[in-house]
Design a protein around this ligand. Structure first.
Ligand SMILES: NC(=O)c1ccc[n+]([C@@H]2O[C@H](COP(=O)([O-])OP(=O)(O)OC[C@H]3O[C@@H](n4cnc5c(N)ncnc54)[C@H](O)[C@@H]3O)[C@@H](O)[C@H]2O)c1
Length: 255
């Protein structure tokens, strides 16, 4: 299905699990994709794989904590593909989860917030400024988490950053509606990516994570990517200002 033929997307965190799966899904639907990550070699690898499968993609460096870097990414994407229709602000990290926030240095809070929250803010600004100037409208999709809505132990910075992503999604959707730019968020449950590597070796923790979902398994990255591609498409044209949970009901039952 090449229903988005000719459109151009930027995917941040594109070297990672959800980002790379989404880049592939978008390409399959006809989108030309800039795969962007602070892991530049990883981003180029994903783009090379897409090109080898006859898709159009380019790997680029971005550090989403740096507004100048995000602005340069949008400029480079537009220079390469002549337009920008879809911005997927997806780069993110977990906190290390080792300590209560009382015992963590404040730097840990600032580290997580600067990537997960400020990165989304810079990404929305850079993309929307371009879309406003081009007069083309567009779609911005931000990666939140079910942990925007519920708490787990020792993850205060992560919860704060993802709740901010949901709030910014609503506020930006309202402010950008006049430019025909939709802003939505995807809020995954746990997903089988490098982000959960810390817990793979501990069988008890790993099983607990699986059981957090109604069908007792976490998502594969492509199960999130499919929803992101849907949100980017015209089929989702009346979805705006919401965070869509993709969590196999994790938020809907008591464990
Ligand atoms: N895996 C999960 O269980 C899960 C659940 C809910 C939400 N999420 C969110 O999904 C998003 C993608 O994570 P993932 O699971 O694919 O993990 P991942 O670690 O596979 O991918 C994250 C990517 O973000 C990149 N990144 C980190 N900091 C960056 C920066 N400053 N600038 C540019 N790139 C940077 C990393 O290099 C990595 O490639 C994150 O926002 C994460 O919070 C993940």
């Amino acid at each position: 299905m090449r229903d988005m033929e000719g459109r151009v997307a930027i995917v941040t965190g594109g070297a990672g699990g959800i980002g790379s799966a989404t880049a592939r899904r978008l390409v399959e639907r006809g989108v030309r994709v800039v795969v962007a990550d602070r892991d530049e070699a990883g981003a180029r690898r994903v783009a090379d794989e897409i090109q080898a499968a006859c898709g159009e993609a380019e790997g680029m460096f971005v550090d989403v904590t740096d507004e100048a870097s995000v602005n340069a990414l949008v400029d480079a994407a537009v220079a390469r593909f002549s337009r920008l229709d879809i911005m997927f602000n997806n780069a993110g990290v977990f906190g290390d989860g080792a300590r209560n926030f009382l015992d963590d240095p404040p730097e840990e809070y600032f580290r997580v917030v600067s990537i997960n929250q400020h990165g989304v803010f810079y990404g929305m600004r850079a993309a929307a400024r371009h879309m406003r100037q081009a007069g083309t409208g567009g779609v911005i999709i931000n990666t939140a988490s079910i942990y925007a809505f519920i708490a787990d132990r020792n993850q205060l910075p992560y919860h704060a950053s993802k709740a901010a992503v949901v709030a910014m999604t609503k506020a930006a959707a309202l402010d950008l509606a006049r430019y025909n730019i939709r802003v939505v968020a995807v809020a995954p449950g746990m997903v089988n990516t490098g982000l959960v590597d810390n817990w793979r070796q501990d069988e008890r923790v790993w099983n607990t994570i699986q059981r957090a979902h109604m069908r007792r398994r976490m998502a594969e990255p492509d199960e999130i990517a499919r929803v992101v591609a849907f949100l980017a498409s015209d089929d989702a044209r009346f979805i705006n200002g919401h965070a869509i949970c993709v969590d196999d009901g994790a938020l809907s039952f008591k464990r």
